[in-house]
Structure formats: C-alpha cells, structure tokens
Write a protein that binds this ligand. Structure first.
Ligand SMILES: NC(=O)c1ccc[n+]([C@@H]2O[C@H](COP(=O)([O-])OP(=O)(O)OC[C@H]3O[C@@H](n4cnc5c(N)ncnc54)[C@H](OP(=O)(O)O)[C@@H]3O)[C@@H](O)[C@H]2O)c1
Length: 333
C-alpha cells in the first residue's frame, strides 16, 4: 500500500506565486496517521480557496493539498474504533490546513478527528453539509443556548447564498425562526424563499456607513459569514439581549464598533471556531443535522463536480460567485 500512487490536487509556491496542478503522490508521502481513508467525496469551502491562494494564516508550508472536509472508506486503521471498510467523515481540525487534505484520493489522519456517519446518512450527504453544515449547526446551538426562541424576533443570515449561509437559512427556517436572508445576489431571492427565508434583503441594507453607535432594532439573532462593516451593522441593529455569531471574513477581517450595543442592549457576540470544536459536540450536532436540522430540499442547492474540475470552482468561491454547495466527487478520476 505504501508505494501505491494516488492523485492529489497540489498547490506549490514558486517565487511567491501559488501554482495549482494535479500530481501523482504515494501513500508514504502522506503524514503518518492512525486512519488511512479512501476519499469518496469532499466539498468546497472558502477556507480551501484561501489555502489555494497561499494564505499563510491557513497553510504555512507548500506544496500542499487543500480540502478541509472528506468522507470515504477506511482503508487501514491502527485504532480499534475504525475497521477496514467503515464509512467515515471528518470536518476541520488541521485537515487541509497543514495536513494534506480532502482534494485527493487518500488522506491519513489521527483517529480523534474521524467520525462514523450518523445512522441513515450516506457519504455523499455528509459532504453536502460538511464544514458549512456543522458550522451552521454550531451557531444555532449557541443561539439556542442563549434561550433565544423563534417567537422572540427575526434571525438574520448574511452571505446567505454561500455554503454556510444557505444551510443556516434552511436550518433556522426548519426550527421556525423568521429568517431574513441578506445577499448580494437578489436574483436568487426565490431560491432563498424556497429554503424558508421569510424576507430577502440586499446586502447593501446591512452595510450602514452612518457611524451611529446604535441603529433601529431588526433582529434578535444573527449568523454573520462576512465580517467587516456588515458585522458592525448587524451588531448595531440587534435587539436587546440578542446574539450574533461571527464566523467569517469574506468582506473583511476588521470591523469598527463602540461598546454601546453591548452595554446598552446587552447583546452577545459569539465567536465560532468549528474546526477545533470538540468531537463530542460535533457528534451530537451531526445527529441533529440528520434529524431536526435536516434540509429536505438541499439537493436543489448542490452542484456535484469531479475533483478534476476543482480549479475553476476555487476561482469562483474566491470571487464570491458560488451559490449553495459544491460537492466534490473524488472517485473515478
Ligand atoms: N469560523 C468557522 O468555524 C468557519 C467555518 C466555515 C466557514 N467560515 C468562514 O465563513 C465565511 C463563509 O464561508 P463559506 O464557505 O460559506 O463561503 P462562500 O460559500 O464563498 O460564501 C460566502 C458568501 O458571502 C457573500 N459575500 C462574498 N463576498 C462578499 C463581500 N465582499 N461582502 C459581503 N458579502 C460577500 C456571498 O453571498 P451573498 O452573495 O449571498 O451575499 C458569498 O456567497 C468564510 O470567511 C469562511 O472562512 C468560518
């Protein structure tokens, strides 16, 4: 097995330029791990785009294979929890960051990153949700833990046509929240409404430049995937004792804010790090993704591509032009 060749999507750094190609690698090139997995599916996340673009906050050393998500069959295991042929998945931890990731036919990883699929879920479905799904579920868990209920007010999702965004819209709607979806793609209004959004607004409406410390109250809960002045506007427009989950930076990693929304409205700003969330909570939330958080018409928002077509999909996600989820088929290459 050690000398077996497999195909991997590889980013190389040459004179400060990051070059993408497919290369043959050997199993022995992979890090020594407890579990060797034959990848069937991965999925595209914004973080993979950043890794491919040479973002050193994500990936320090190149050559490197991105892909923070993977699902497949156990090919070899030194850990008694996993047997050859088991269907498994993993999202986050160091996969695709500095550990060779899911944009390849094989990964080799520590056993404590790996999960069996929830009963009744298949490999393909697990990667439709992937990191985006578990992140949306973590946000909802945080909002619920603040005892914010659907009857308390609106729930906003920004970047709502993106991977995390559209799943958050669907999951919140499932639970009965009155979802406001903010988007730069108003032509996708009907699709967001079919997912359960009650109102679809332009992202310009969530980008206040007045510098007022407080704005009219519009939502009691928010899941913000974009950061920057959008996040500042979201915070300033949140109702008393509301909660905002901040998880993304597609607009900017900086935002300006005063303390007033916190000390006059008592709102909570909750940082989300799905990659390193403990595996027990992830396991629990995957069960919910398979039950009350499951989005019945999710297939309408998924485009399946071969790993061989990943290059153009990375360009699109970096330009903010993707809609829904890009599922990556890593078989039959
Ligand atoms: N903290 C965590 O645990 C965690 C986990 C997963 C993802 N993330 C982060 O969350 C963010 C979203 O990830 P993703 O995979 O969902 O990405 P994605 O699929 O590319 O979605 C991002 C969405 O943001 C909107 N957008 C793009 N450029 C924008 C801009 N300049 N200003 C405002 N909105 C813009 C677009 O939606 P609209 O056109 O609908 O506005 C886009 O579809 C990324 O920053 C990612 O790194 C963090």
């Amino acid at each position: 097995m050690k000398n077996e060749d497999f195909l991997a999507f590889v980013i190389e750094e040459k004179n400060g330029i990051f070059i993408r190609s497919f290369q043959k690698r050997k199993i022995s090139d992979l890090p020594v791990g407890d579990v060797l997995i034959r990848v069937h599916y991965s999925t595209l996340n914004y973080k993979d785009g950043l890794s491919a673009r040479g973002h050193k906050g994500i990936t320090k050393n190149y050559p490197h294979t991105p892909g923070v998500d993977a699902a497949g069959l156990v090919e070899y295991s030194t850990n008694s929890k996993f047997k050859i042929g088991d269907e498994v998945m993993l999202t986050g931890y160091d996969l695709g960051m500095n550990t060779s990731g899911g944009f390849a036919e094989f990964i080799s990883v520590p056993a404590n990153w790996v999960l069996h699929l929830p009963s009744g879920m298949d490999l393909r479905t697990s990667m439709i949700y992937g990191t985006a799904g578990i992140t949306a579920a973590i946000c909802i868990n945080e909002i619920e833990s603040r005892k914010i209920k659907p009857k308390d007010g609106n729930a906003l999702v920004t970047g709502s046509t993106g991977g995390v965004g559209f799943i958050a819209v669907g999951m919140l709607a499932n639970l009965g929240y009155n979802v406001i979806a903010s988007t730069g793609k108003l032509d996708k209004t009907n699709m967001l409404k079919n997912l359960g959004a009650k109102e679809v607004i332009s992202r310009d409406e969530v980008n206040d430049k007045s510098n007022k410390p407080l704005l009219s109250k519009r939502w009691v809960a928010a899941i913000d995937t974009v950061g920057g002045n959008t996040l500042s506007t979201v915070i300033r427009s949140t109702e008393h004792h509301g909660a905002i989950c901040t998880l993304g930076l597609v607009e900017s990693d900086k935002f300006d804010i005063t303390v007033y929304p916190f000390i006059l409205r008592g709102i909570a700003l909750i940082g989300i790090d799905s990659a390193e969330k403990n595996i027990e909570l992830k396991t629990e939330l995957w069960q919910r993704i398979n039950s009350d958080l499951k989005i019945s018409n999710i297939e309408n928002y998924v485009r399946e591509v071969s790993l061989l077509d990943i290059n153009q999909e990375i360009d699109l996600i970096l330009q903010g032009k993707q809609f829904g989820k890009i599922l990556i088929n890593c078989m039959d290459l």
